[in-house]
Design a binder for this molecule. Structure first.
Ligand SMILES: Nc1ncnc2c1ncn2[C@@H]1O[C@H](COP(=O)(O)OP(=O)(O)OP(=O)(O)O)[C@@H](O)[C@H]1O
Ligand SMILES: [Mg+2]
Length: 467
């Protein structure tokens, strides 16, 4: 039995070791569960890795990342986390700036213990209120569509209610998600639900433009700026003025362009190639990536400063396999659309076909489901989608899963564990062979996690690549 109320979790950030230690002990005695960090950088790592914090008590001025960076990272993770800044006497101006960017309050060093505790408890109360409020709001937002997106899984509803809150602002947004999950639809929905809706929405696939043309495409160029520049050309940022620019596959931008993009985000001015003057542009940037951009930062393929600029608000579009509740709704949605387009009268899906559709893992996410339904509508002659018009590989998988029910227990019984192990070993070997030794690929084929395949390969002594 664990009837004890949970201790409030607090992240304490200060680069002064003695002060940090003293404060840690003091707050520990006051009943806080305290995690410490000796720098802004360390604080960000703890924020990423140690779950949510109720409160953050951070020094404002630190070398490297400051308290303000900690503040924005914390708010991004959980807007209800309350952040209190510790400042030296002279810096109250920056403390005010901190409060403007969402800090709960600030406290001047050196502080009295009681003053600090009272402040923390008040902040905690605010956090609890916000959390309750958030839950209420989320329940109210029981909509099953947003823009052109449909969804009723808790994850999609969460996304819709977040979208509702962030669409209207000018804030830069980073959308992360696997291929085909609907990132572009999210970007369009943001634009269409913002005051910029009647201005242009310009989608750019950063990975599709050759490196040497990028700057000209983004910012335009003047006549004669380079060979082949026969006339002035307006860039995509200028074309999106007053509206939204959607930088798809932003992780593909070469480092040199990343610097230039960062400048535009900071200064809100662009400079066409070959021009000496800069022009002010008013563009909201929404970026998307199917890479783990944070990891790209770690491996120095993506600039950290640009990452934080883009990632003011982060939206995750979950893969379809994590929200199977959405599948029937999506099917209905696509059936409606394609029957109309193809002028057919398809009313639904047969129970068996539905079972197959529900049990599939959709590596290509919503786009794959959309294609499956389009094909089915085209091929189906009846008014219900049957298994015959589903793709063969999908059916084969279904047959394989059904295999078990066709097996008959022999008269003399069998060695169950032996049999399961043999089956597992043989499938592992086939998957490794088909993926040419690539463990990530093999894990995908088997529908298991990387960790799980590593464990199983070890168990059976099968060797494979390090990937
Ligand atoms: N929630 C949804 N409701 C209805 N249609 C959806 C939904 N999500 C995605 N789609 C459809 O699935 C297809 C893929 O969506 P989209 O192009 O937005 O994905 P993406 O994440 O940008 O993919 P990629 O990374 O491959 O560019 C589109 O045709 C889109 O209309
Ligand atoms: Mg896309």
């Amino acid at each position: 039995m664990n009837a004890e109320p949970q201790k409030p979790r607090l992240l304490l950030v200060d680069d002064e070791a003695s002060l940090r230690e003293m404060t840690r002990i003091l707050l520990g005695r006051e009943g806080f569960d305290v995690v410490t960090a000796a720098s802004g950088e360390e604080a960000l790592v703890k924020l990423e890795g140690e779950g949510t914090f109720d409160l953050i008590l951070t020094d404002l001025r630190m070398t490297g990342l400051t308290g303000l960076d900690v503040l924005s990272a914390a708010k991004r993770r959980d807007p209800s986390t309350q952040v209190i800044m510790m400042t030296a006497y002279a810096s109250s101006e920056t403390a005010v700036a901190a409060m403007k960017s969402g800090a709960y309050d600030y406290i001047e060093k050196p502080f009295k213990r009681e003053a600090l505790v009272v402040l923390l408890l008040k902040a905690l109360e605010k956090r609890q209120l916000m959390q309750e409020n958030f839950i209420l709001k989320r329940e109210a937002a029981s909509r099953t569509s947003f823009g052109r997106m449909v969804g009723k899984s808790p994850k999609m509803k969460g996304l819709f209610s977040l979208l509702e809150r962030v669409a209207g602002a000018r804030t830069t947004i980073l959308i992360q998600g696997e291929s085909g999950t609907g990132k572009e639809l999210v970007a369009r929905a943001i634009h269409e639900n913002s005051p910029r809706a009647d201005r242009p929405f310009i989608a750019v696939n950063c990975g599709a433009i050759p490196e040497q043309l990028l700057e000209g495409e983004f910012f335009g160029h003047m006549k004669g700026a380079f060979t082949g520049a026969h006339r002035d050309r307006v860039g995509l940022f200028m074309a999106a003025d007053g509206g939204t620019i959607f930088l798809d596959e932003v992780g593909e931008l070469p480092l040199q362009m990343q610097v230039k993009l960062l400048r535009v985000l900071q200064e809100r001015k662009i400079q066409p190639v070959g021009s000496v003057v800069e022009t002010v542009v008013d563009v909201r940037v929404v970026a998307a990536t199917n890479k783990d951009l944070f990891e790209e930062v770690q491996t120095k393929r993506f600039r950290e400063d640009l990452y934080y600029r883009l990632n003011v608000i982060q939206l995750e579009v979950p893969p379809l396999r994590e929200r199977s509740e959405d599948i029937p709704l999506l099917i209905q949605h696509f059936l409606g659309r394609f029957s109309q387009e193809q002028d057919k009268r398809i009313e639904g899906v047969s129970p068996r076909a539905m079972e197959v559709l529900l049990n599939y893992s959709y590596p290509g996410n919503v786009r794959e489901l959309e294609n499956i339904i389009e094909r089915a509508v085209t091929l189906e002659l009846d008014t219900l989608i049957s298994t015959e018009v589903l793709p063969t590989p999908m059916m084969r998988k279904e047959q394989f899963l059904r295999l078990a029910s066709d097996l008959e227990l022999p008269e003399e019984g069998l060695e169950l564990e032996q049999m399961v192990e043999n089956l597992e070993r043989s499938l592992l070997l086939q998957a490794i062979e088909r993926s040419q030794g690539n463990r990530t690929e093999a894990a995908k084929l088997l529908g298991i996690s990387f960790r799980s395949i590593r464990y199983r390969l070890d168990k059976y002594g099968i060797s494979a690549d390090e990937s």
